[in-house]
Design a binder for this molecule. Sequence first.
Ligand code: BGC
Length: 455
Amino acid sequence: MPPPFPPTFLWGAATAAYQVEGSPLADGAGASIWHRFCHTPGRVHNGDTGDVACDHYNRFREDVALMRELGLGAYRFSIAWGRVLPEGTGKINERGLDFYRRLVDSLREAGIAPVATLYHWDLPAALDDRGGWVNRDAADWFAEYAAVCYRALDDRVELWATLNEPWVVTDGGYLAGVLAPGHRSAFEAARAGHNLLRAHAAAVEAYRAEGKGRIGVVVNVEPKHPASERPEDLAATARADAYMNRHYLDPLFLGCYPEELAGIYGEAWSEVFDREAGALNVPIDWLGLNYYSRNVVRHQADAWPTAAARVRQPRSIHTETDWEVYPDGLEETLRWIANRYGSIPLYVTENGAAFYDPPSPIEGRVDDPLRIAYLREHLRAVGRAISAGVDVRGYFAWSLLDNLEWAHGYSKRFGIVHVDFATQQRTIKASGRWYAEAISSGAPRTPASRSARPA
Ligand code: BGC
């Protein structure tokens, strides 16, 4: 990758606990909502589960060696809450924490910066039994869990993230019901969204008391473009943007919710949320952006809850998840965040694509030219944003490994490393090789270290 990537730019790849680890109940771990969801017939494609996944729990050393071979400067992973606190609160399970201690140690030994996400969707089932994110106490539960992680790992973690994509948790888990815990209620969704942000704020406050490094949060943003200039399409576009994008970023940075939300949620929206929004704006050190696609939007009265529907773009390339490939949207989003919310260090914490790859390599190779093109064009978009003055400090390909793509099971492959799920054999795809090249030409292999911090 040519300039403008600065020498300190963090080149990484990302995964999430339930998608790669396997062994979800090992060493005293408590079950998560994803474990339950996968084991409920009809919820996940093909009845797939995370019982084995990529067996990263046992093979992490091999995976760290692969990261090293790729020249990664950072690895973004998530911590499974139920491994640390099997009941969600209370008793700490040291054996679960030990897994993450071993992981961060081997990353550090390989010169790879650990980037830890505290919540990537795998709420302990015991907390779901108490109402999960709909319960206001969830903010305290999360802060308690976060503090345990800080105490165990803060000396070795480069960057902390509280939540991964609160919109997806809220919309997929509590409104559309396609992700765990699989509920369909606007009332629950509105409350869960607010409680997730309260939990984030509580975990950041706990970090200021316990931690010495940097903490942020990861959101997914999709630029919303109107399908036409008709007033109803413009209004639908504003609603779609408020619902998915500003819903989380406005309270995080401006301390208020977008005014459209009260209209979108109707009686499910509570004035309490607006009253409490000011407390959600706690200072953070960095923001993670997950970017995959854009959305062209038109008015559609029966599209719940926004009355806004997606217009598929017939001339565009689409991925296996039917997402439009739209690299310009990444530059647009990075610039939009910097303009609307002011200067904050930004990291692209996920970007990547599912394209068809065979279940096993062919003659030892996996050629994935579409994924190479996707990564190349999106990295160019990041480069343009940096040249325009946006403070982007790192990029993480999604994903390091083919993995459990949530309700799609193992049917969608996002990895830059192929996993043969029958044998667990890993093969670096052509896109992984391409990315390694990009890294070595564009940035040094050693990450910016926290050595300046007190030991
Ligand atoms: C999530 C990942 C997921 C990816 C592709 C993001 O929304 O953070 O867990 O696998 O998108 O769908």
